[in-house]
Design a protein around this ligand. Structure first.
Ligand code: PLP
Length: 349
């Protein structure tokens, strides 16, 4: 088969959820963020694995994403929508039983008028300036909103992956002030915020990337394994070049493996001449440019011709690969392509 195989370990996702859940006190509810199709791993499958592990509160970015999660999990879980109640979302929110995180006076008005009595949450801006109500807007709406018993009042940290960044304590203080004196459950922490310590946990946490094996959860189990089949092997003489733009030249007799997978599968072109693939534990450098469907790899030092080379696995995490591409693990995960043969497993392969 010429198609690359993406193997997703659902037990690793569940174990990572339990690890993050155990970071906070017993009374704190650990949710699960499954936006962007479960960070590229398949929202329906990871949501079912997370529900088996004990998650009851799920988060998506937009209402449309809630459909797949509701279909996978049925009516027993809460599904919160970060973008809130957008124009045109009312039927979806009602039919799917979604809980919009209202971000503005406009959204609060729309929601309370269109769906009175329907659950909602509130998103506050504590300094990131991305989503949520700012202090003056919130001060004006607070009493009306709180009289309607919001499911959750939340905000989001801008620098939670840097534990000593002073932005964290500033946002914590702002959140405490804005969320003071009411009963609704509060949530400030995503993966990074959970690791900052208990004062960031409040009543609900919202981890995403750590569930899928990414930093800043340093002891996360890898959940995504990507193997690219070798399509062809060739021998190069010194002076011969490889790939588009002739960006790599053999200096000695070289054996090149051409593997199936490329930027059309979300393997960033920035990895040209930079990434490493693995034959077992043996590193094999990418030589030449990553093209749409193919990558060329120097395998001169291997004794045998492998059937496939590994790009993601225990040898190389999503964050290792992200470093080589000058990006973050989140982008590696959410770029994972639609063309892969996806295999879901429970427990390590
Ligand atoms: C994406 C997101 C999360 C999850 O963040 P991670 O860093 O992946 O754990 C939590 N809350 C909000 C508002 C988000 O946008």
């Amino acid at each position: 088969m010429g198609t690359a195989t993406l193997t997703i370990d659902l037990d690793a996702v569940a174990a990572n959820w339990r690890t993050l859940d155990s970071e906070s006190a017993a009374g704190v509810e650990t949710g699960a963020v499954v936006k962007a199709d479960g960070y590229g791993l398949g929202a329906d499958r990871v949501a079912r694995a997370l529900a088996r592990a004990g998650a009851r509160l799920f988060f998506v970015a937009v209402a449309e994403e809630g459909a797949k999660v509701r279909q996978a999990l049925g009516p027993a879980v809460d599904i919160c929508v970060f973008s809130g109640h957008m124009r045109g979302d009312t039927d979806m929110i009602a039919d799917l039983g979604l809980t919009p995180m209202l971000n503005s006076l406009e959204q609060v008005t729309r929601h309370l008028e269109a769906l009175p009595g329907h659950p909602f949450g509130i998103q506050l801006d504590t300094g990131m300036n991305r989503l949520g109500m700012e202090p003056p807007e919130w001060a004006a709406l607070r009493d009306i909103v709180l009289s309607q018993s919001p499911r959750l009042v939340m905000s989001h940290l801008a620098c939670a992956d840097e534990s000593d960044n002073p932005m964290n304590t500033r946002q914590l203080a702002a959140f405490q002030e804005m969320a003071e004196g009411f009963d609704a459950p509060r949530s400030l922490a995503a993966t990074g915020g959970i690791l900052l310590g208990p004062e960031y946990h409040f009543e609900v946490t919202r981890p995403g990337v750590g569930l899928y094996g990414g930093l800043p959860l340093t002891d996360a189990q890898p959940a995504a394994f990507l193997d690219l089949p070798v399509v062809q092997i060739r021998e190069l003489d010194p002076g011969e070049t490889v790939g588009y733009g002739t960006t790599w030249t053999a200096e000695q007799p070289t054996r090149i493996a051409t593997v199936s997978g490329g930027y059309g599968d979300g393997i960033h072109r920035a990895l040209s001449n930079r990434a490493t693939l693995f034959a077992g534990d043996t590193a094999c450098p990418v030589v030449g440019r990553v093209s749409m469907d193919l990558i060329t790899v120097d395998v001169t030092h291997l004794d045998d011709t492998p059937d496939a080379l590994t790009l993601l696995g225990t040898q190389q995490s999503v964050d290792d690969l992200a470093d080589a591409a000058d990006t973050i693990g989140y982008e590696i995960l959410t770029s994972l392509g639609a063309r892969y043969e996806r295999r879901y497993i429970r427990g390590h392969r």
